[in-house]
Design a binder for this molecule. Structure first.
Ligand SMILES: C[S@@+](CC[C@H](N)C(=O)[O-])C[C@H]1O[C@@H](n2cnc3c(N)ncnc32)[C@H](O)[C@@H]1O
Length: 290
């Protein structure tokens, strides 16, 4: 961009083909969100003020964001935030970017417990805290804990809980270790988890923006992506009250394996739930009788 006058419309028109050429599947949206960030305005304002010129600082800031996006960095990391279940969450390099599919798990959980009963729940692998915090916003009387192995992710989650005024008890724990489960005996009415579930062998099929920028710790899991489901099937029951439920987000094609793992550990009422795209997305089950 030279020193000529560049209006809002000009810079958007310049960025769209550039980002498309660099492989962005959502070039217009990306450019508009990044420009809104620079100008601290709404998307609608870009259209209302499309003839407004940008000053040189704004142009530099926009160009820097577009450069980062052109190198594959997800918009959410450039902005440092992402909307989930109607709330804005801080995100950072240590946290997975919350996905719209995960909202389905939150919806299912809220539908399962529609009344005012006071419940205790645990979110395993909380990342930004998006599941636990969204639940707390919807059911402020629930008592919620959330675990993650990553201290950096927990720092982001705690920041989100504070910003959204949704207190959750965050704990650094390794959900694959027995001792984590032993310390919380029969404490919870439900356990929710969107664990890492991608097999290492699928790495090459993932978009560059995921592999290069999202934390491997949040993506990949051993045993063809199933280790967390196997461990949760075996261990989570120890921390659930009688009749307690588990809500597990799953990856494409994992439903039958996850159901089998739960069956082998005696879980009951095992059910698979599809998301809006008709894909198997969440498995729920009731804890086996002790
Ligand atoms: C797929 S991300 C889900 C994040 C968030 N719940 C969401 O839905 O956006 C999985 C999370 O599990 C955490 N994690 C990985 N291994 C773990 C372990 N052994 N114990 C606890 N958390 C773990 C990662 O740090 C990451 O935050």
């Amino acid at each position: 961009m030279s020193q000529q006058i560049w209006t809002i419309k000009d810079v958007i028109d310049w960025s769209i083909p550039f980002l498309k050429e660099k492989g962005s599947p959502s070039a217009r949206l990306d450019a508009e969100l990044l420009l809104c960030d620079v100008l601290a305005c709404r998307r609608l304002d870009l259209y209302l003020d499309h003839h407004k010129p940008l000053n040189s600082e704004e142009r530099t800031a926009f160009r820097d964001r577009i450069r980062r996006r052109s190198q594959g960095e997800p918009v959410a990391y450039i902005l440092g935030r992402k909307e989930f279940f109607g709330h804005e969450f801080y995100v950072g390099p240590a946290t997975l970017i919350p996905r719209p599919e995960t909202e389905h798990l939150v919806e299912l959980l809220l539908k399962s417990y529609p009344d005012d009963t006071e419940l205790t729940g645990l979110d395993v692998g909380t990342g930004t805290g998006c599941i636990a915090i969204s639940l707390k916003k919807a059911r402020p009387h629930w008592n919620l804990s959330a675990w993650d192995i990553s201290r950096e992710a927990l720092t982001v989650a705690a920041r989100n809980a504070e910003a959204l005024e949704a207190p959750v008890m965050f704990e650094q724990r390794d959900a694959l270790q027995d001792s984590s489960w032993g310390q919380r005996s029969h404490a919870f009415d439900f356990i929710a988890s969107n664990p890492p579930y991608i097999a290492a062998s699928e790495r090459s099929e993932l978009p560059v923006s995921v592999v290069r920028f999202e934390p491997a710790l949040a993506l990949f899991a051993e045993e063809s992506g199933l280790i967390f489901y196997r461990k949760l099937a075996q261990k989570a029951v120890r921390s659930l009250r009688q009749g307690g439920k588990i809500f597990l987000e799953i990856g494409a094609g994992q439903a039958s394996d996850v159901c089998l793992l739960l069956e082998e550990s005696g879980w009951q009422n095992i059910a698979v739930h599809q998301d809006l795209a008709g894909l198997d997305r969440v498995v729920t089950a009731t804890a086996p009788l002790a």
